[in-house]
Ligand binder design. Structure first.
Ligand code: SF4
Length: 456
């Protein structure tokens, strides 16, 4: 696939509207209070999955990055993490399913900044998980790290605890950009960490980059990309900076005037895609890159890629149990979210109530649309026969209106629609979210669109 074919300027301009990222369908904006007494238990009873993925949210960070839109608590008090681990333990002990939960194939620590925890605190956390869940030998254990303050000894300690995948937040290596986002970090130190992670035998090292940051130019981002390519990580994630200062207070420290405007932002994305592609990385979905021998690249080639709250994954056939403040579980036909603030999370657990109090149980219509959106987002194609067999519907009748709406994309050369399948063309790849939106029943009135960021 040539990156050039993805950039049809008139079409990108026409369809660059606000839209969901579809890490879930329905999206989190549709979540509401749950009425079930034990929602998680009900969700597990209705699930047909035989294995589990655990997501643990560690909300603490040592310092505030001004671009940040995550759920986090900035603090220097390490003991706050001890208290948090006490409550994670409480949450796990109160789970109605723990003893009978399916085997765990995947553990992911996200944040905030999971590398806020000391090695002793990580040891406690891993012991907690292995005591209460049946974690498979050889399970994938991944962690997001903030390179500032992480040493090679710390990485070695994580490796001893079984972590075999690491994702490092690079964002941009230019000093002026780093100062504007309040995240100054040493590139040579990151390179040392990447090298060390590889020496430790970690099977995957991912580097995160962000385009659209203040003061970024084509020349500065070329330098950042060159630094990244020298490190040769297995994967690169390329995110678009969404400037939403009305929603995220930290972003008010970033002056609008410092930001690259829409055209320059697209040029930065194109530069990154061409550079990474030219260096042998395959584009996964819309925003990830992987070397050809990486399992994400293989899954994409075989049409078995999946998408969840952490992005693209090869393990879509797992229920996802989210632990910790604000985490979301995706179990069977339900999404269940923990309270979003530490105080609410702690209070719920002190009351002895299930922490998952918010979310939704999918209707059968939601489940059909979730499957379709997932297929389009991951595989850029949909088998009509597959949907009809899975959900016992007549596709043409059920989606009569949607098929009419899709015609606009067909006319623009973005889609091929036959009675048996829907295929996105290569120039539709960056616009696949807009095409998927056709099947989103909650966007019918378009009243929610302003809550989402631009698709590019
Ligand atoms: S970007 Fe990451 S490290 Fe920075 S404040 Fe946000 S969660 Fe913390």
């Amino acid at each position: 696939m040539s990156v050039q074919s993805l950039f049809n300027e008139p079409l990108l301009n026409k369809y660059n509207i606000n839209g969901p990222r579809y890490t879930s369908y329905p999206t989190a904006l549709e979540f509401g209070p749950l009425t079930q007494k034990l929602p998680l238990k009900d969700a597990f009873v209705q699930s047909q999955q035989q294995a589990l993925s655990l997501y643990i949210h560690i909300p603490f960070c040592h310092q505030l990055c001004y671009y940040c839109g995550c759920n986090k608590v900035v603090t220097r008090h390490q003991d706050k993490a001890d208290r948090y681990l006490d409550y994670l333990e409480k949450e796990i002990r109160q789970l109605p399913v723990c003893a009978k939960a399916p085997p765990v194939k995947q553990i992911h620590l996200g944040g905030g900044s999971p590398s806020f925890l000391t090695l002793a605190q990580h040891t406690r956390l891993i012991a907690l998980l292995t005591t209460h869940f049946s974690v498979e030998k050889g399970a994938q254990k991944s962690i997001e790290i903030d390179p500032r303050g992480v040493t090679t000894e710390y990485l070695s300690g994580l490796s001893k605890l079984g972590f075999n995948r690491v994702s490092i937040g690079v964002q941009d290596t230019t000093e002026k950009v780093q100062e504007a986002i309040n995240r100054v970090q040493d590139t040579s130190h990151i390179a040392t960490l990447v090298k060390h992670a590889k020496q430790l035998g970690m099977t995957s090292v991912n580097l995160d980059l962000i385009y659209g940051l203040p003061h970024q130019t084509l020349s500065s981002f070329t330098e950042t990309l060159s630094h990244v390519l020298t490190m040769r990580p297995q994967r690169v994630s390329l995110f678009s900076y969404a400037h939403l200062p009305a929603r995220f207070a930290a972003q008010r420290k970033i002056d609008n005037a410092w930001l690259p405007q829409a055209q320059s932002k697209t040029a930065l994305m194109k530069l990154a895609m061409e550079t990474l592609n030219g260096a042998g990385y395959e584009l996964i979905g819309m925003d990830h890159f992987a070397l050809p021998d990486d399992e994400l690249a293989k899954a994409q080639r075989s049409g078995t890629l999946h998408r969840n709250f952490q992005g693209y994954t090869t393990m879509g056939d797992l229920d996802l149990l989210g632990l910790g403040v604000s985490s979301i579980s995706a179990v069977g036909p339900a999404y269940l979210q923990n309270p979003k603030t530490l105080n609410d999370y702690y209070s719920k657990l002190d009351e002895g109530k299930p922490s998952q109090h918010h979310g939704c149980f999918l209707s059968s219509d939601d489940q059909i649309r979730r499957y379709i959106i997932q297929q389009l987002m991951c595989n850029l194609a949909l088998s009509v026969n597959d949907v009809e067999n899975r959900f016992a519907i007549n596709f043409a009748n059920y989606f009569k209106e949607e098929l009419t709406e899709l015609q606009a994309f067909v006319d623009d050369g973005l889609l091929t629609v036959t009675p048996h399948a829907i295929f996105a063309t290569s120039s539709a790849r960056l616009l696949i979210r807009v095409i998927a939106m056709t099947f989103d029943a909650y966007l019918a009135s378009k009243k929610n669109l302003h809550r989402y960021s631009r698709v590019i």
